[in-house]
Design a protein around this ligand. Structure first.
Ligand code: NAP
Length: 244
């Protein structure tokens, strides 16, 4: 689909990657860009229309789908990462918040906007996933589980929405230079690069973006994950746990 002239909605548009997604949509000539955020007053970019939205609130999501009934491009960007292990975390709270936001929140948005997209000619959904949709890193283990669930959701809605002509794009990245990865000392891709690759994919009708080298390596290694992916992860974790 063409972004020029489209009407887009980006979740989590107040900061980080979502802010850059919204800016890139304006730059590419979208007719209207709704910038959805829990605090709508924090969406201040020129050309972006603020919308109050918490994706974990079913009533708000339903209201926004009515209010933004002209949307043809839905960018499900909002997400949380609690840096939580499966066994060592003090409770299930982090895992539940990540699943409630990254999986159920995204699912809720897809369900609410599927008829809106159909009414506007099919359009597209961009789901912001992660390299951890493909494999488990103990540093953000329960986050990875929620992103794996969101990948399953993305593959499923692509099948379910095909008949109405909706393109469903999965965007995977390793570390991105935003608040979420602020404490990480490792190579990071810029949010601008992720946004450009995502919207190039939308315009080209491409269903998957593997935004950086690490993500491309992990995806290419999945059929041999226990040889190529997990041994270094295990070695890193064992040395972190034993301090050696
Ligand atoms: N940064 C990375 O290394 C990285 C890598 C791969 C994928 N991702 C994914 O990229 C997306 C954007 O992340 P980011 O890097 O920009 O992180 P970020 O800087 O922490 O921003 C997260 C955004 O999501 C919003 N959000 C969180 N929970 C929400 C909710 N319940 N309803 C509505 N908005 C909510 C936040 O709003 P508030 O300001 O209200 O908190 C914020 O706008 C996420 O899906 C993330 O999982 C990030």
């Amino acid at each position: 689909m063409k972004i020029e002239g489209s009407v887009a909605l980006v979740t989590g548009a107040n900061r980080g990657l979502g802010r850059v997604y919204a800016r890139e949509l304006v730059r590419r000539g979208a007719a209207k860009v709704y910038g959805a955020a829990r605090d709508a007053t924090a969406v201040t970019q020129p050309g972006v229309t603020p919308v109050g939205l918490d994706i974990t609130d079913p009533e708000l999501v339903a209201e926004v789908a009515v209010r933004c009934a002209d949307v043809s491009l839905l960018v499900n960007n909002a997400g949380v990462m609690q840096a939580s292990t499966f066994i060592g975390a003090p409770s299930l709270d982090a895992a539940r918040l990540e699943m409630e936001t990254n999986y159920f929140g995204t699912l809720r948005m897809c369900r609410a906007f599927a008829p809106v997209l159909a009414a506007n000619g099919g359009g597209a959904v961009v789901n912001m996933l992660s390299v951890t949709s493909f494999y488990t890193n103990p540093l953000d283990a329960s986050y990875g589980a929620s992103k794996a669930a969101a990948l399953s959701l993305t593959n499923g809605i692509r099948i379910e929405l095909h008949h109405q002509g909706t393109l469903v794009v999965a965007v995977h990245a390793g570390f991105i230079n935003t608040d979420m990865a602020a404490l990480v000392d490792a190579p990071k891709i810029s949010p601008e690069s992720v946004a450009q690759q995502a919207f190039d994919a939308v315009e080209a009708g491409q269903i998957e973006v593997l935004a950086d080298e690490r993500t491309r390596f992990i995806k290419a290694s999945l059929s041999r994950d226990h040889e190529l992916i997990y041994p270094p992860v295990q070695a890193f974790w064992d040395s972190a746990v034993t301090g050696s």
